[in-house]
Design a protein around this ligand. Structure first.
Ligand code: DLL
Length: 435
């Protein structure tokens, strides 16, 4: 058995897991209280001191953190070690200027690689595998995370990044890739391209795929498995907590095991913040208990899911989380990029348009599409010199600069976008990702 199936930890008794968690939590809370003034203030405001954390239940005494806190502290207000200890940063996709920067010490990189190594091993990976990493490299955590995980497992790693799909397939064939790591939509696209090239799954050696970073359905899983001739595994994570590897699927595929020796998971009611029992649906809150540079306590992920504590047939005892069933905020994930409607609204206002718009997201041939309908003002619609198709292109470019993905912009006549009497409906997501 590969040494990254860490049986003594991954199959530890609940008592042992909780013992590790409490010890690490106490150390972590002391660390942030001593080294991050922002945390110290938040804790002081709640009148809680590090020594008040005596049991795991005391976690609930600590304040929550949200993306807004991270943005307010951009770029390094929450850094808990001297910069000279930092070995790398990664960053979220999305908002220019307001990206979240995650910092890692050598220890943090090692822990992250371990989490990803466990995911690769759970998908059947060993040192004899060829791990084809087609997540984006660079600031996005997907590429570097699985890359370092594969290195730890001892597999041969192909740092492909995404794009140039025919070349990906050629490498797959020439080097005998056995495990593919990428977003589920890119996996589906690779599957289609294989078919278009007149090839079949028998022409490649892939046996497994590790797919995440965006919501995907069981139907999509079946399609990908068929088109690539593999077993497809889910992997979850977010930049703020490390990146991929917060949790991962084993061969049983009933939820993703959370690496509980590194993260404590809670489910809360997103409206009241009350902690809910296992089995109830709510917002996932994560605490990183083994991080030095960028530790987050009670971070509100906004992902809605359910935690399942039952022992898994695979032998692992770490709690499993369901696939995220939605978000408690309005963030969309389009072609792997995190998009907030407010970012689009900002661009419209900056370019002289009124905030009357409708965003339509769909998935056509396994690729997300983004259409933005924007109302012209009365003046614009009456102006005979106003060139609609040029204006659409300009606006699409401005939105692309903000988001990093290409939208289709449609300028429509004034008063044609339905006004709402309550909360405005700004987004129609036709992808039915949760069916
Ligand atoms: O997407 C990290 C990652 C990379 C995960 C590669 C898995 C594989 P962010 O860009 O910060 O980080 O986006 C995080 O993506 O809060 C979820 O809403 C969503 N997400 C991540 N994995 C899954 C998944 C990376 N398996 C946000 N299923 C998270 C559904 C997912 N949604």
């Amino acid at each position: 058995m590969n040494n990254y199936f860490q049986e003594s930890i991954e199959c530890a008794s609940r008592e042992e897991i909780e013992r590790i968690q409490l010890e690490r939590l106490q150390k972590q809370v002391k660390h942030v209280y001593a080294n991050v003034p922002y945390y110290r203030n938040l804790m002081d405001q709640k009148n809680v001191k590090p020594e008040d954390i005596k049991t795991l239940k005391d976690l609930a005494k600590l304040p929550f953190l949200s993306k807004a806190d991270l943005r307010d502290n951009y770029p390094d207000g929450l850094l808990a070690v001297p910069k000279s200890e930092v070995r790398r940063i990664q960053s979220t996709s999305g908002t220019t200027g307001k990206r979240v920067i995650a910092f890692y010490t050598a220890h943090d990189l090692d822990v992250w690689a371990e989490c990803c190594a466990r995911a690769i091993v759970a998908a059947g990976g060993t040192k004899d595998d060829v791990v084809h990493v087609s997540y984006g490299y660079g600031l996005f955590t997907g590429g570097m995370g699985l890359h370092d995980g594969s290195y730890k497992v001892g597999s041969m790693t192909l740092p492909m990044s995404s794009g140039n799909t025919e070349r990906q397939i050629q490498f797959m064939r020439d080097l005998g890739s056995t495990i593919l790591c990428c977003t589920p939509s890119y996996a589906a696209y690779i599957g289609e391209t294989i078919k278009e090239m007149g090839l079949t799954p028998d022409d490649i050696k892939l046996k497994a795929g590790i797919f995440g970073a965006e919501p995907w359905t069981e139907n999509m899983r079946r399609d990908i498995e068929k088109s690539l001739g593999i077993k497809a595994y889910d992997i979850y994570g977010l930049t703020e907590l490390c990146g991929p590897g917060v949790s991962f699927e084993c061969s049983d595929q009933h939820g993703m095991h959370i690496n509980e020796d590194h993260f404590i998971a809670e489910i809360i009611d997103p409206d009241t913040g009350e902690v809910l029992p296992y089995g109830e649906k709510g917002e996932l809150v994560l605490t990183s208990i083994d991080k030095e540079a960028f530790p987050l306590i009670r971070y509100r992920t906004r992902d809605i899911c359910i935690l399942k504590p039952e022992k898994c047939p695979c032998g692992r005892t770490h709690v499993r989380m369901s696939k995220p069933m939605g978000r408690s905020d309005d963030m969309l994930i389009i072609r792997g990029v995190n998009v907030f409607p407010s970012q689009i609204e900002t661009v419209l206002l900056q370019n002289g348009y009124a905030p009357n718009y409708l965003i339509e997201v769909d998935r056509v041939n396994n690729t997300d599409t983004l259409d933005i309908n924007v109302e012209l003002s009365n003046e614009q619609s009456k102006d005979s010199l106003f060139n609609i198709s040029n204006a659409e292109k300009e606006l699409a470019n401005a939105i692309k600069t903000m988001l990093g993905i290409n939208p289709k912009v449609h300028l429509v006549q004034p008063k044609t976008i339905t006004r709402s009497e309550g909360k405005a409906v700004r987004v129609i997501d036709k992808r039915h990702l949760l069916d």
